[in-house]
Design a protein around this ligand. Structure first.
Ligand code: MG
Length: 175
C-alpha cells in the first residue's frame, strides 16, 4: 500500500502526463492548420504516447491498491508563432516533465516507496529519450531555416514516425 504523499504525487503526475498529451494534441492541430501534415502526425503520436504514460501510472496505482483521482486538465496553448516554434515548446515541455519526474522520484525516495522508485526509473529513462528526440527535431529545424524544400523534406521525415508499439522501444512500453 502506498503512503498518501506518494499517492497524491502520482495522481498529480497522471494529470501532468494528461496535460502533456492534451498539449501535444493542440500542437498537432496547429500543425494541421499550417498544412504541415507530417509534423501533425508526429505530434499526434506524441500525444498518444503521453496518454500511455498517464495510463502506466494509473495502472501502477491500481496495482499498489491505491486510489486514482482524476483532476481537471488545463487548457493547452493553441496558437504558436510558427511550426518550428511548436517543437521548441515541445522541448521545453519535456524538460518540465523531467523536472516533475525527478521531484516525484525524490519524494518516493524520501518516503522509502521502493516499488514506486522502480516504476519511476522507467520514466527517468524515458525522459532522457524524450528530451533527446525533441532536441534533435529542434536542431533540424534550425538547420533548415527558411528553405521551403528542406522544410518539406523534414515534414515528410517527421510524418514517417511510427507508433511506439511498432517501434524498437515498443517492448519496453506499457500498453
Ligand atoms: Mg510523458
Amino acid at each position: 500500500m502506498l503512503n498518501e504523499a506518494v499517492q497524491n504525487a502520482i495522481n498529480s503526475q497522471i494529470n501532468n502526463e494528461l496535460f502533456s498529451s492534451y498539449s501535444y494534441l493542440s500542437m498537432s492541430a496547429f500543425c494541421e492548420s499550417k498544412q504541415f501534415r507530417g509534423c501533425a502526425h508526429w505530434m499526434r503520436l506524441q500525444s498518444q504516447e503521453e496518454n500511455s504514460h498517464a495510463m502506466r501510472l494509473y495502472d501502477f496505482l491500481i496495482a499498489r491498491n491505491g486510489r486514482v483521482r482524476l483532476m481537471p486538465v488545463a487548457e493547452p496553448q493553441h496558437d504558436f508563432g510558427s511550426v518550428p516554434e511548436v517543437f521548441e515548446k515541445a522541448l521545453a515541455q519535456e524538460e518540465q516533465v523531467t523536472n516533475q519526474i525527478n521531484a516525484l522520484y525524490e519524494l518516493a525516495f524520501k518516503e522509502k516507496a521502493f516499488a514506486a522508485l522502480v516504476e519511476l526509473e522507467w520514466f527517468i529513462n524515458e525522459q532522457v529519450e524524450e528530451e533527446r528526440t525533441a532536441r534533435d527535431v529542434v536542431h533540424k529545424f534550425s538547420m533548415v531555416k527558411d528553405d521551403p524544400a528542406a522544410m518539406l523534406d523534414l515534414d515528410r521525415e517527421l510524418g514517417s514516425r511510427m507508433a511506439e508499439s511498432a517501434g524498437p522501444r515498443g517492448a519496453a512500453s506499457a500498453e
